[in-house]
Design a protein. Structure first.
Length: 330
């Protein structure tokens, strides 16, 4: 297992961040065929043909996607910890990728490939073509849906930040990922691979939620280390169909609101995630609250809604059969 050794200063300066690049790399991994979670099946069916065409048209793209779906260690030069916190943009992350030197990129890919760089990746314009692929996937697959995905990520961050403030790191990191555990004594287990313990020293710890069921460790010493983890509630938010039972009882949109409250959310976050009007979501929340299926609490200036025990029972009735998470990468 890989352990990050953290000092009190590392914990004091740790922060959450969003990363459009993490979403893009995760999309390539999923659309490349590594995993097919039931709750992502519709999204994969919609977009996989785009990546399949890109692979068929360019041997370098095919070799890169094959590597991403088979390696135990993702290439560092385009999976670095985001530096912009919650304001990180894809343009900034892509610009950083384009500045990477050829030898650094070749070295990273060689490491990911287990010591031997695939011939198709050994090209003088390697960095430019990898960056172009990432830009194409972002533009065609993720950018149109980014506001909704960002709302999912912000929701996870708000909830975990609240747990951190109230209960400390052990609660904030609870359920982060099946492979991530707070061991106490400043030790964070980040995966089950047999890699050496990493002492962060002056580096910053960054926690990065992802909407696409992905998890891995990003490193850029001595600047930062980032733990990518699956954001809570994304399975429910991305399910497009509401199964018949609960939907017939209380209505499809109301059931969707209830299922989206796997983790607490504000009205505006639910509006963005579900694509419903503000008044519609507000009306559904009021009905669910009157029925005892939903409660609400105030956190700072925000009012967060959450499911009650009755709401959990109803949501389980509406839940898809298989929402299992994939295991962490490197």
């Amino acid at each position: 297992m890989t352990i990050l050794k953290l000092s009190p200063d590392n914990l004091a300066t740790a922060r959450f961040a969003v990363s459009p690049m993490v979403e893009t790399v995760s999309a390539l991994i999923m659309l490349g065929g590594l995993k097919r979670p039931a709750w992502l099946a519709g999204w994969i069916d919609e977009h996989q043909s785009r990546v399949t065409k890109l692979r068929a048209a360019d041997p370098l793209v095919d070799a890169l996607v094959t590597l991403l779906t088979t390696t135990g260690w993702l290439p560092d030069f385009f999976t670095r910890p985001p530096s912009g916190g919650m304001l990180t943009t894809f343009a900034d992350e892509l610009a950083a990728v384009r500045t990477v030197g050829l030898e650094e990129a070749r070295s990273d890919l060689t490491t990911a490939a287990g010591g031997r760089l695939p011939h198709a990746l050994d090209q003088s314009d390697l960095v430019e073509r990898v960056a172009d692929l990432l830009e194409e996937v972002w533009t065609s697959v993720l950018a149109p849906d980014w506001p909704r995905r960002r709302a999912m990520l912000e929701r996870d961050v708000v909830q975990r930040a609240g747990l951190l403030a109230a209960y400390g790191w052990s609660r904030a990191l609870d359920g982060l990922d099946p492979s991530v555990r707070w061991l106490g004594g400043g030790q964070l287990e980040v995966n089950r691979h047999d890699y050496p313990t990493r002492v962060l020293a002056d580096a910053q710890l960054v926690l990065v939620p992802c909407t696409l069921d992905s998890g891995w460790l990003c490193i850029d010493p001595p600047r930062a280390y980032a733990v990518v983890y699956p954001a809570r509630g994304t399975a429910q938010a991305q399910e497009s169909a509401v199964p018949g039972g609960i939907g017939k009882l209380i209505g499809g949109n109301r059931a969707a609101v209830l299922r989206a409250l796997e983790s607490p959310a504000s009205t505006s976050q639910l509006v963005t995630v579900l694509g419903l009007g503000l008044g519609t979501v507000g009306d559904h929340l009021a009905v669910l609250r009157d029925a005892g299926a939903v409660g609400r609490t105030r956190t700072g200036r925000s009012v967060l809604y959450h499911r009650t025990e009755l709401g959990d029972l109803l949501a389980r009735t509406a839940a898809p059969g298989d929402q299992g998470r994939s295991t962490s990468r490197a």
